[in-house]
Design a protein around this ligand. Structure first.
Ligand SMILES: NC(=O)c1ccc[n+]([C@@H]2O[C@H](COP(=O)([O-])OP(=O)(O)OC[C@H]3O[C@@H](n4cnc5c(N)ncnc54)[C@H](O)[C@@H]3O)[C@@H](O)[C@H]2O)c1
Ligand SMILES: O=C(O)C(=O)C[C@]1(C(=O)O)C=C[C@@H](O)C=C1
Length: 311
């Protein structure tokens, strides 16, 4: 991969966890001469300036994108269509528009109709994050060793895909190009349903707590505590993910429910063999993920200079 050619002016629309991580990494690797951001939240704009994430922070998305040669939408996916409508008249000739949304087809459908012909649209999704939000939550190494999926469409061209690939590669990500629909199916099972399960189990335990008083917190075992980390993820972001990847999530959820019913039956009928076989298979998957270096549960994942601390 050729060295990334720095962008003249990078505009981050939304300045939360992901945008602030991009800003830090872009600065660290000299990937943009100027970085500006936009957010309707005055506290986020002030924090972005105080942390040195952006040279200018705008309340107006349209003003923010003027003169930028790379604009990345880093808002919850549910507002990306409205943001595209706001900025469409102010995007520079030849600008690349990208995004970091956790859902791809819904974002393409919402954004593309608003774009003028002179803009290249290259949707993308970094498979990296945490349960925290806001400008202070980001860190420069977030994308190191993690996947960045690009889902080109009729408004992308090879040159802008190559430039965006070089940008993310310079921040440490590994880039994979994929069809948007396929991305949404894969992420439904690997990311969206796990979050739904975490929200559900913590909610169920919370309901039980009215009966058992504080025992849910007092005796919370490690497994449950891991779920509470995921269930602490941003409510707006995740509401939008489920509403915008509805079909894939419902399809995967139907499969999941069938398999859960089979486990329920195995427990009811004392079928230890079925339980043992599944648990053996899933243990092997966990080990394969660790062997592939994709275990972000290790506290130092992505932050190591030499990668030596990854589980
Ligand atoms: N958090 C993760 O783990 C993660 C990982 C990969 C991708 N993503 C995706 O990245 C995007 C941002 O997530 P985040 O975790 O950084 O969120 P965040 O809540 O930390 O930040 C969102 C930012 O968008 C701003 N915003 C909201 N509405 C806006 C609007 N109409 N115009 C301009 N700015 C607006 C907010 O003020 C905030 O600054 C989402 O689309 C999410 O699906 C998140
Ligand atoms: O590590 C976490 O906290 C995450 O949930 C990150 C995670 C994921 O599911 O892996 C969440 C949403 C994204 O779109 C990408 C990454």
């Amino acid at each position: 991969m050729a060295d990334a050619q720095p962008f003249r002016r990078l505009c981050l629309v939304g300045i939360g966890l992901i945008a602030s991580s991009i800003a830090r990494a872009a600065r660290e690797h000299g990937l943009a001469e100027t970085i500006v951001c936009a957010s309707p939240d005055p506290a986020h704009r002030a924090e972005a300036l105080a942390l040195g994430l952006a040279d200018e922070a705008f309340a107006s998305n349209a003003e923010a994108v003027r003169g930028a040669d790379l604009v990345i939408l880093c808002t919850p996916v549910g507002v990306m269509g409205a943001v595209a409508r706001e900025i469409s008249g102010d995007l520079d000739e030849g600008a690349i528009l990208s995004d970091v949304g956790s859902v791809k087809q819904g974002v393409i459908d919402a954004v593309a109709p608003h774009l003028p012909d002179h803009v290249r649209f290259v949707p993308a999704h970094p498979i990296a994050g945490t349960e925290n939000s806001g400008p202070a939550a980001g860190f420069a190494s977030l994308f190191r060793g993690r996947w960045l999926v690009i889902t080109p469409n009729g408004l992308s061209d090879d040159q802008s895909v190559a430039r965006l690939t070089a940008f993310w590669t310079a921040m440490g990500a590994e880039v994979e190009v994929m069809d948007a629909g396929h991305h949404d199916q894969v992420l439904a099972i690997t990311s969206h349903i796990p979050h739904l399960i975490a929200y559900n189990i913590v909610g169920t335990a919370d309901d039980l707590e009215t009966v058992t008083k504080s025992e849910v917190i007092k005796f919370s075992a490690a497994g449950f505590r891991d779920f509470t980390r995921i269930a602490a993820s941003d409510p707006t972001m995740w509401r939008d993910v489920f509403l915008n990847n509805r079909e894939a999530v419902l399809e995967m959820l139907a499969r999941f429910s069938e398999d859960l019913t089979a486990l329920q039956r195995a427990i009811r009928w004392g079928d230890g063999e079925t339980l043992f076989q599944l648990f053996t298979r899933t243990r092997a998957i966990r080990r394969a993920i660790i062997d592939a270096g994709q275990d972000s549960a290790a506290p130092n994942f992505g932050r190591d200079v030499d990668g030596a601390g990854d589980d």
